[in-house]
Design a binder for this molecule. Structure first.
Ligand code: MLT
Length: 402
């Protein structure tokens, strides 16, 4: 009889956002007239911008003409996009990342999960609690639930910044600006992690999907702003939230050439080589038309439009923060990130607050406990809905008899 990967049996019943979608579906079936406002999953609502749409149309037209049609592209991404990324996101900011170190992909969700393919099964993996569920679930899929996974508590006491583990940790997932708490990591804090990783030959998997939302110029937008990080970190970036690509799908992962590891036999191996090998075997590249769309994000017009979209969402975040504070609630995040993290009132647990907010205000959010046990008693709201819906949500919460 064939066997399954029984690590899957150790996962929670369903993926957090699927569970929420099911609950909302059930609610709408019994309340068909309810005007539901979605501040749950971090999905954007503004359409892709004009520069991007124009590029998409042009690329589609190219595909319809024999002379400009393209079949399989390079698995790592087209040079035109990798060059723009390296230049705009890194070199112009004084970071020496080259196009060859960039792997274009179809989403940070896939890459943060798939990166485990090139990592050994005996590693001790440190994951924050609360956390974006993909890191934990994909680790469980790979190595099962075991004491090889250690959870780093992020709570009010430590400002939602994990302490460096006292025990051995070979790999750590960090996400800053943070999903779900909306908090950021200062240059000083991030430097401590880089120094620790270099000292212990550990690997940092740094998810910077929300870097575009950083308003404070002192906060690092890339881990490679920290000296030495190229020798100990892989960085994940996404076009989903800044450029509205959640449905378009494009992201990239930086695996620096300097990132090397020694095998037990003493051979030095490059992670860049392994990831390249993995991608060439299992991935056929992001669609040409989508890469042209991502390229347009880097045009002067594209950059202007993306800045406007990010500012729009950050104004929503500011309104949510202010509205909740006015209601007397304790809030975190939302200043350099599109997520506002709040403490549930009146001793309600996360799911009880979810149910009441849905039933009494017709607003969907995300229960903090869905991101880990340390998220119990907290709740996440996103800034990605429209201005009108966000205003309406705040008005409903303010009029609410809690
Ligand atoms: C979230 O709501 O946490 C995000 O939308 C998840 C994601 O980007 O996959």
């Amino acid at each position: 009889m064939f066997q399954i990967n029984d690590n899957y049996l150790q996962l929670g019943e369903s993926y957090l956002f699927s569970r929420i979608a099911d609950k909302v579906k059930q609610f709408t079936a019994t309340h068909p007239d309810a005007d539901i406002i979605r501040l749950g999953i971090g999905d954007v609502t503004l359409p892709i911008s004009a520069a991007v749409t124009d590029a998409l149309h042009r690329a589609v037209d190219e595909m319809a003409v024999k002379e400009t049609f393209r079949g399989y592209g390079p698995e790592q991404g087209y040079a035109f996009l990798r060059e723009k990324i390296a230049e705009t996101d890194f070199q112009r900011r004084g970071i020496a990342i080259t196009p060859g170190e960039i792997f274009v992909s179809d989403g940070s969700k896939s890459d943060t999960g798939n990166i485990g393919d090139i990592l050994g099964g005996d590693n001790i993996v440190a994951i924050t609690d609360p956390v974006y569920p993909v890191y934990l679930d994909s680790t469980i899929m790979r190595i099962g639930r075991s004491d090889q996974t250690i959870l780093l508590a992020c709570d009010e006491e430590n400002g939602f910044l994990p302490a460096i583990p006292a025990e051995r940790a070979d790999i750590v997932y960090l996400c800053y600006p943070n999903n779900p708490t909306g908090t950021v990591m200062s240059r000083g804090e991030l430097s401590k992690w880089v120094d620790w990783a270099l000292e212990h030959n550990s690997l940092i998997l740094f998810d910077a999907a929300y870097e575009a939302f950083i308003r404070d110029k002192e906060i690092p937008r890339s881990i490679y702003e920290i000296e030495g990080a190229q020798a100990c970190a892989i960085e994940f970036r996404s076009f989903s939230k800044n450029a509205g690509f959640t449905g378009v799908r494009c992201s990239y992962t930086v695996v620096p050439e300097a990132l090397k590891v020694k095998t037990p036999g003493g051979e030095e191996v490059s992670l860049h080589r392994l990831w390249n090998r993995r991608q060439s075997t299992k991935f056929n590249g992001t669609a040409y038309i989508i890469q042209r769309a991502a390229e347009a994000v880097y045009s002067p017009q594209g950059q202007k439009e993306v800045d406007e979209m990010v500012s729009y969402y950050m104004q929503n975040a500011g309104m949510i923060r202010a509205g909740l504070m006015e209601k007397g609630l304790t809030v975190f995040g939302g200043e350099n990130a599109p997520y506002v993290w709040m403490k549930c009132p009146a001793g309600l647990d996360s799911w009880a607050f979810f149910d009441r907010l849905l039933e009494e205000c017709h607003i969907v959010g995300t229960p903090g406990v869905g991101f880990g046990s340390k998220g119990e008693g907290y709740f996440r709201l996103t800034a990605f809905n429209s201005r009108e819906k966000t205003e309406e949500a705040i008005a409903r919460i303010n009029a609410w008899q809690l």
